[in-house]
Design a protein around this ligand. Structure first.
Ligand code: AMP
Length: 447
């Protein structure tokens, strides 16, 4: 635990007051590193993912720097956009702006969030009133730029949050167009869970000798997250999931699936079984996603089934458990997923259900996090149970099942962690090409 306090970081009294009210006592490592650097005016390239406290790491010094320009005037001219925060998804946009509002509540600084999928007309009057801090998804920001409802020539600070995900989602052309409209004289901060060559190139193009900071990638395998794996055949996953959801620590669980279809089917099937489950994914409307998320936060939904894209940046405090119904094919997504639990020091459990055809992805994950994940003994499962069939299955699964517990041979295989090529923590991670994240229709820009 850090011995540095927020007051030691020389934050203004009105910001400190808001932090106390938010229940923050000590800065997280990324905050301790980033806040002084941002206050000193450095450009920053920060390696940190959701759950590390990265939002406050940029938002707090940003507010502090903008404080002298805060105005109580109602004139829009006194509230030009001074800070622009670009994020990949609407959920993250909402969450970031909520945090900024909370930290800025005792200041005169105004913030606003704009994202696609909702009527642009509703956002215009708010922009017209003037806001110092604008949080936006790239596509919708460009729409506003085209419709001349926002001017960016007064931006002093730019934040690219979850930059790697923005590139994954194909936002590079949009980003370039937006960056070209910003004043050259500005401070730029970039937050990214990973540093691919593309990210490095982006930082060279738009930043000025950035200082590189990184919080231990160990967040990937954070001590406070108990990571477990069940080796299970695909057709037994549903029975195992149901069993896990009956456990005492499964009061609020996010279950990850690879596809939207599996998410939907699983939610429906669990609902039929009496579980308060709902799904969020890119095919759901913004309203549906927000309703599901709110129901989950309030506890009327206890199991939220999500795809990677939909789950990005979801801010749910102290989520005790995540379950990977299907493990991601890009190892970094695993790190993002388990980052939903064990936040800001709380403990959490991340359980992965791994079928034989997923074993190689599990090996990639163990390589990335540089440690083996504990295999749990599979409990006796209620049968017969049918898993929702969402995708064409691996050939192996069409084989007739043996009479007796079918998986013995495979399960009882001694586990040898395949981390011979583990990446040392200090070495930059490899940048192998990974499948492009699926871009939900709602995120796609027309044309
Ligand atoms: P983030 O990584 O920005 O998504 O933050 C993850 C979670 O940690 C959010 O729920 C924040 O409200 C919370 N958080 C951020 N900084 C602190 C802190 N210094 N102390 C306690 N909680 C924090």
């Amino acid at each position: 635990m850090s011995t540095v306090s927020f007051a030691d970081l020389k934050l203004a009294p009105e910001i400190l007051r808001a932090l106390t009210e938010s229940g923050y006592t000590t800065p997280t490592p990324i905050q301790e590193q980033a806040i002084p650097l941002v206050l000193e005016g450095h450009d920053l390239m920060a390696g940190a993912q959701t759950g590390t406290g990265k939002t406050a790491a940029f938002a707090l010094p940003m507010l502090q720097k903008l404080l002298p320009q805060a105005s109580s005037s109602t004139s829009p001219a006194r509230h030009p956009v001074r800070a622009l925060i670009l994020v990949p998804t609407r959920e993250l946009a909402i969450q970031v702006e909520e945090s900024i509002k909370a930290y800025a509540k005792h200041t005169k600084l105004r913030s606003l969030v704009v994202f696609g999928g909702v009527d642009i007309k509703t956002q215009k009057p708010h922009l017209k009133n003037g806001v110092e801090i604008l949080v936006a998804t790239p596509g919708r920001l460009l729409d506003h730029i085209e419709q001349k409802t926002v001017l960016l020539n007064t931006v002093q600070m730019l934040v690219l949050d979850e930059a790697d995900r923005m590139l994954d989602m194909g936002f590079m052309p949009d980003l370039k167009r937006i960056l070209a409209l910003l004043p050259r004289q500005r401070q730029s901060l970039m937050f990214s869970a990973t540093f691919s060559n593309e990210i490095k190139k982006l930082s060279e193009d738009f930043m000025n000798y950035p200082t590189l900071i990184e919080v231990a990638r160990s967040n990937a395998s954070a001590e406070n997250i108990a990571q477990k794996v069940y080796m299970v055949e695909h057709d037994d996953k549903h029975a195992l999931l149901t069993q896990l959801l009956r456990g005492d620590d499964a009061k609020q669980v996010i279950v990850f699936t690879k596809t939207k279809l599996t998410a939907s089917r699983l939610a429906k099937q669990l609902q039929r079984e009496g579980v308060a489950a709902d799904a969020i994914h890119g095919d759901k409307t913004q309203l549906e996603r927000m309703q599901a998320l709110n129901a989950f936060k309030q506890g009327s939904v206890t199991v939220l089934i999500a795809t990677d894209v939909a789950a990005r940046g979801l801010d749910i405090d102290s989520l005790p458990m995540v379950i990977n119904y299907e493990i991601p094919h890009a190892a970094e997504d695993y790190v993002h997923r388990i980052g939903r639990t064990g936040r800001a020091g709380a403990s959490g459990t991340a359980i992965s259900l791994v079928s034989p055809d997923e074993e190689r992805y599990l090996q990639d994950i163990e390589k990335l996090i540089n440690k083996p994940i504990k295999r749990e003994v599979l409990p006796a499962l209620a049968k017969p149970q049918r898993a929702p069939r969402a995708e064409p299955h691996h050939r192996e699964f069409h084989k007739p099942k043996p009479q007796k517990p079918s998986h013995d041979a495979w399960f009882d295989k001694p586990y040898v962690p395949n981390i011979a090529h583990a990446i040392p923590a200090s070495e930059p991670e490899k940048t192998e090409s990974k499948p492009k994240a699926q871009i939900p229709a709602l995120f796609r820009r027309p044309g």
